[in-house]
Design a protein around this ligand. Structure first.
Ligand SMILES: C[S@@+](CC[C@H](N)C(=O)[O-])C[C@H]1O[C@@H](n2cnc3c(N)ncnc32)[C@H](O)[C@@H]1O
Length: 258
């Protein structure tokens, strides 16, 4: 009888331990990697853009970004409106807004993106909108200041999906300091920053923007609660020459992008 009880207990213990170990591993995996599907499904930045089809966080983020782009266009002075987009993806935020905005014909934009497939898709959209004479989609390195020469200082600077792909806060500060080359005095800067592991990273971004001479126009969290989208105005003078040739390093990887 005693032997039997002991055996049952041991049997139960083994199952319990294995079960607990599985749970711990699973939760640790989710904490480290966020969305499980992200890690499994996304191999490159082209595939990352497919997440827009199903992920509420990205869909809500896009909606707010487009709202802010439209707001910036509405408030722009009559005449030419210069726009730059850093790490533009397929340009859906700007191009989607221009598709039905009355100031579309006033926009001169340069979008800089490293992935050739995304650039190709963006270029097809530009052609379909009849904006080929005004919008340049450069297949190049957005971290290099020479890729913006001729297109800056801009009235609207889009830096979406970038801040979560920097190594640390020092790198974020370096990029913010260099926005004075991209931005005109009074330029709108539109940005995003995801939260992870319960940390509201967008609050750090807002604090740093203040310290770099930007005024907050508006800030929203997505309804999912884990993605911040902001619009700031640059109040300082724009720099004629960049402070650095390479003004930030993009170190994020698609499977963990936030
Ligand atoms: C998180 S996605 C954001 C895309 C887009 N801005 C958006 O919000 O949908 C990051 C993008 O940065 C691009 N990228 C990564 N390193 C880059 C670099 N050095 N220069 C230009 N683009 C880069 C990737 O190919 C990818 O499209």
């Amino acid at each position: 009888m005693i032997v039997c009880v002991q055996y049952k207990l041991r049997f139960f213990d083994v199952f319990t331990v294995v079960y607990i170990a599985q749970c711990v591993c699973h939760f640790a995996f989710l904490i480290v990697n966020g969305n499980e599907n992200h890690l499994v499904m996304v191999k490159n930045w082209f595939e990352w853009h497919d997440l827009y089809k199903n992920e509420p966080k990205l869909q809500q983020r896009l909606q707010i970004v487009q709202e802010y782009i439209a707001h910036s266009l509405n408030l722009s002075q009559p005449g030419l409106i210069r726009v730059v987009s850093v790490c533009a993806g397929d340009g859906r935020d700007l191009l989607g807004t221009l598709s039905n905005h009355p100031r579309a014909k006033d926009v001169y934009a340069r979008l800089v993106e490293l992935n050739p497939q995304l650039v190709e898709r963006g270029q097809e959209t530009i052609e379909s909108l009849g904006l080929t004479k005004q919008i340049e989609f450069i297949n190049g390195d957005a971290t290099i200041s020479s890729n913006y020469v001729g297109a800056v200082p801009a009235d609207i600077v889009i830096v979406c999906g970038v801040f979560g792909n920097l190594a640390d806060e020092t790198e974020l500060n370096r990029l913010l300091a260099n926005l004075s080359f991209l931005s005109k005095k009074g330029a709108f800067v539109i940005w995003t920053r995801g939260h992870s592991q319960g940390i509201a990273h967008s609050e750090t971004v807002r604090k740093f923007f203040r310290e770099h001479g930007f005024e907050e126009v508006d800030f929203k969290l997505t309804a999912t609660g884990d993605m911040g989208v902001g619009i700031h105005r640059y109040l300082g003078e724009s720099l004629a020459a960049p402070k650095e040739q390479q003004f930030f390093a993009f170190t994020g990887i698609p499977s963990k992008a936030r």
